[in-house]
Write a protein that binds this ligand. Structure first.
Ligand code: RAT
Ligand code: ZN
Length: 426
């Protein structure tokens, strides 16, 4: 196949392949939808423009000395959106990836990204019904399944599941049990478990191991979770002599529960929490830090009956993590997370992954917090995945190998949907 034909076939395969998005923060409409108070499904122009990536960026331009953080947080969502639109989209050129994302989304929804005011756009969004709109966005983004993130330590969310677990029954969405505090802050997590009827003591005395296991099982089952997830700091280590309780939690509680249910543990490692960097920025206040790949190696080796999904936030970790992935069939490498979700880095990382892993990884997840972001996150990533694949097939051609359209289609399916689906089923 000639390069031009390869390019055509790759584009056809990549854009016609529906994507199973394995990590987002989007919720099924039954969790309530913005702008309704407490609505957890965020969507529409005001949410798009007030994405926390853009809040961080607007504070580069209008610093806290001019607009104190408390003043910003006291503003209505609309006022915040107007402020960001004015400073990042009108008075400056919206070159950053997060800005460009809003523009691509508007364009693909058939709206004009050149508006100087948001009112006209608001009118269009106002006419949408969130439930129908979710289906429309999935069609435009060509996403067949959205994986939620369901933090059980969040009081508002936990109450929703407790009131009626059917809140999670939406064939378009899959739940994931998220339990960061169990490793990030074991003593207070124990206090909470105890208050919820699972008597857990920080020193593991009494029936703690069994109770923590029961807690995990209860919530995995209630949510019908596809996997269990944690976001971990750069300092995460396994084993960790400085944190024997953490080791014990992993070894005696987490691993046996997940192995019995054949569910993966997804670890997103390398985010330094906002409380240590800039708490005033809230969700936007986190920082990246280099993580320890050998800890992932230790887990994959010591728990061969368990499955691990891993992504790391630091660019500096990507090569080592990719090499580690070559060594373990129970490790699924996924995504270009958060500060890596930029075209230049996605391209570099995806190229390297194909070179080291062939098609046996998941190139991207959207991390969308606002439903409509699925549109741009996937459009931008598809372009890069297609570019990398085209180059790689062309290189095979230079080695005398003739790739077929059928193979290209199969590879796109593996990368965008089936590698993940098969891994969680295995
Ligand atoms: O990418 C993000 O939006 C971050 O704020 C986090 O949500 C991160 O993806 C996480 O899952 O912890
Ligand atoms: Zn996330």
């Amino acid at each position: 196949m000639k390069r031009r034909e390869i390019e055509k076939q790759v584009a056809r395969a990549v854009w016609s392949q529906p994507i199973t998005d394995l990590h987002t923060h989007c919720y099924a409409p039954r969790f309530g939808a913005s702008p309704q108070p407490g609505g957890m499904l965020l969507w529409g122009i005001d949410e798009l423009v007030t994405y926390h990536y853009l809040i961080a960026e607007v504070y580069r331009v209008v610093p806290a000395s001019e607009l104190p953080y408390e003043t910003f947080w006291a503003m209505s969502k609309r006022e915040q959106a107007d402020h960001i639109w004015k400073h990042l989209f009108v008075e400056r050129t919206p070159l950053s990836e997060a800005c460009r994302g809003v523009l691509t989304t508007l364009q693909m929804l058939g709206l004009d990204p050149n508006e100087r005011k948001l009112d006209k756009l608001r009118k269009w969004f106002h006419k949408q019904d969130p439930d129908k709109y979710a289906t429309k966005v999935m069609q435009v983004a060509s996403v067949d399944s959205i994986t939620m993130t369901n933090p059980v330590f969040d009081d508002h969310e936990r109450a929703m599941w407790e009131r009626d677990a059917a809140v999670g029954d939406d064939p378009r969405f899959t739940a994931v049990l998220r339990i960061d505090p169990l490793l990030r802050d074991w003593p207070s997590a124990c206090a909470k478990l105890t208050a919820w009827g699972f008597e857990a003591r920080p020193d593991f005395s009494g029936d703690t191991t069994a109770q923590v296991r029961r807690f995990l099982e209860h919530w995995l089952d209630k949510m019908k979770a596809a996997y269990l997830a944690m976001s971990l700091p750069p300092e995460f280590r396994y084993p960790d002599p400085a944190n024997p309780a953490g080791d014990r939690f992993i070894r005696d509680c987490l691993m046996p529960v997940l192995a019995a249910r054949k569910l993966p543990w997804a670890m997103m490692i390398g985010s330094r929490m906002r409380d240590k960097v800039n708490p005033a920025l809230r969700d936007a206040g986190d920082m990246v830090g280099k993580s320890d790949v050998m800890s992932v190696v230790n887990l994959c080796r010591d728990f061969p009956a368990n499955k691990f999904m891993v992504t790391m936030l630091a660019r500096e970790n990507q090569h080592e993590l990719c090499v580690a992935t070559r060594k373990f069939g129970n490790l699924l490498l996924f995504g270009c997370w958060w500060f890596l979700n930029n075209p230049s880095l996605i391209e570099e990382i995806t190229r390297m992954r194909v070179e080291l892993l062939g098609t046996s990884f998941v190139p991207q997840h959207s991390d969308a917090r606002v439903l409509d972001q699925l549109v741009y996150k996937w459009e931008h990533s598809r372009r890069i995945i297609a570019k990398v694949l085209t180059d790689k097939y062309a290189e095979l051609g230079e080695s005398g190998y003739d790739v077929s359209a059928k193979q290209i289609k199969r590879d796109a399916a593996l990368l965008l949907r089936d590698n993940y689906r098969e891994f969680i089923k295995r």
